[in-house]
Design a protein around this ligand. Structure first.
Ligand code: GLA
Length: 383
């Protein structure tokens, strides 16, 4: 498919949908715990217009220089995974409303794919918000978040939690979101860390098993909950389990399951401690918690990899890096580092060289700015 022409069209809907970082609280969302994410200044930009057909839609990605057509009466999974994020959202929207008709959409992204900053949620939520605007569907932000998550479960096959979609849609500039993934209650916490900055180191490792391993971790947690529930019937998720309770099951649970549960329960506590530290300007406390999280993800949850471990270890050489850890689902992607702004240049040079020497791979680095969630603008627009 050729790129879609928007020149001269009025009433084009423009959407910007961001990727996210997560300060702390990894693999806690689907365990009904807490997370601390925010959208960042890396985005997918979309343009939408109606094409005056009833059922025919065209979507074109500038990055892939490829597009595909969709017939709204037959929305089925595609062999091309990136298309499934879009098809899944359309499928979920069709279940809620029949108001969507033919449309054209072009998108362009500066979010590195597979880097753990959730280009997938940005894609899902951007499509959902764009259609919401174009066809005046009147879906709430919460509905957009939830339908995007379902799209990922059913069309992509990753049984993700709600963090990424929530952060992509709900974020507010200069803040992180303390989200309770059980009640979906949330609080915006200002992130005032100057002269420190958030630096991401992208290992450029993507693991083909990431999605299946992710689903396995989720199942292992569910197995743990089922075992605990035999004695404590009121327990519905690891949110309801204390460290003390879990210890009772050490000899009963398969060791891996016990380790997974231990990590999640410890991480649940760390998020709340991190928020306290952030509110009290105790950045070194926050940094130590991040290092602890990395240890847990590496040793107990086993979702790290050599490259990420190397990057986190290397950061410890610099006292100006007050905390670092792998971020996101794992098996590759980025580490998140809190670093004094004056040291960024030197650190980036040093770690990039060391990384290349060790793995013969290029490191990509960028600063992440806590930014606003998915934004719409329905102004007349000519390109
Ligand atoms: C992925 C998922 C999220 C979350 C993180 C790990 O990004 O999409 O729901 O589980 O992994 O914290």
């Amino acid at each position: 498919m050729k790129e879609i022409n928007f020149i001269g069209f009025e009433n084009v809907v423009n959407i910007e949908s961001p990727g996210r970082i997560n300060i702390i609280g990894e693999h806690t969302d689907y365990n009904n715990g807490f997370v601390l994410p925010t959208a960042i200044d890396k985005k997918i930009r979309f343009k939408f217009k109606k094409n005056d057909t009833v059922n025919h839609c065209n979507v074109y990605s500038k990055n892939f220089e490829a597009g595909f057509a969709i017939n709204l009466t037959h929305i089925e999974k595609s062999k091309n995974q990136w298309e499934n994020y879009i098809l899944g959202v359309l499928f979920e929207i069709q279940k809620l409303t029949k108001k969507v008709q033919g449309f054209d959409c072009v998108l362009e992204s500066d979010i590195p794919i597979g880097s753990g900053i959730s280009s997938s949620a940005a894609l899902e939520c951007g499509i959902a918000l764009g259609l919401n605007e174009l066809f005046e569907l009147e879906l709430s932000k919460k509905t957009i978040v939830e339908l995007s998550q379902r799209a990922e479960h059913h069309f992509v096959g990753t049984k993700c939690g709600i963090m990424d979609q929530f952060a992509s849609v709900m974020s507010v500039k200069g803040h992180v979101i303390l989200l309770d993934c059980q009640s979906l209650e949330y609080e915006y916490v200002p992130i005032k860390i100057e002269p420190y900055k958030i630096l991401l180191l992208n290992s450029n490792v993507t693991h083909s098993l990431a999605s299946s391993e992710y689903n396995t971790r989720r199942k292992e947690c569910e197995t743990g909950v089922a075992i605990i529930k035999q004695k404590y019937s009121g327990v519905n998720s690891l949110r309801d389990v204390s460290e003390l309770m879990l210890k009772e099951f050490k000899t009963v649970m398969p060791p891996k399951v016990f380790n997974r549960c231990t990590y999640v329960i410890e991480e649940k506590i760390r998020v709340l401690e991190a928020v306290k530290a952030l509110k009290n300007d105790q950045l070194s406390v926050l940094g130590n918690l991040m290092y602890e999280t990395h240890n847990g993800l590496k040793n107990l949850y086993e979702v790290s990899c050599n490259e990420l471990d190397f990057l986190v270890n290397f950061s410890k050489k610099y006292k100006e890096v007050i905390g670092a850890r792998m971020m996101g689902g794992g098996f590759g992607g980025c580490t998140i580092n809190i670093i004094h702004s004056e040291k960024i240049e030197e650190f980036v040079l040093d770690v990039s060289q060391a990384y290349f020497n060790k793995f013969n791979k290029k490191l990509t680095t960028f600063e992440a700015m806590p930014s606003e969630g998915t934004i719409k603008s329905t102004t007349k627009y000519y390109i």
